[in-house]
Design a binder for this molecule. Sequence first.
Ligand SMILES: [Mg+2]
Length: 124
Amino acid sequence: MKILLVDDSKTMRNIWKKVVLGIEGTEAVEAGDGVEGLEAIKEHGPFDLMLVDWNMPNMTGLEMITKVRETDKDTPIIMVTTEAEKPRIIEAIKAGVNNYVIKPFTPDALMEKIDETMKKVNAG
Ligand SMILES: [Mg+2]
């Protein structure tokens, strides 16, 4: 499984990376904002899953996802967000995210979200 990790915090990306690389056969590509995320898709895509932070400089996760969904309706996207954006999560769902996880989260919680999202997508 090839996963794109988009977050402006290197520390966060390292945490996610540790979790996803625990899945056998997984490969991870990192990007530091929405602009880099879109570039990474062009350069290294297609991906099997994208984890996208909401709050980032240059281009937010919401803007990036909106862009991605103009041409790609299928790749599963998990939005990573904070309590502050929680009331706006409906916007992210409308923009096309498949699932979301609220920071801070445990590695187990992230793993569960990934499992749940992939199962949902594969089911139909
Ligand atoms: Mg951020």
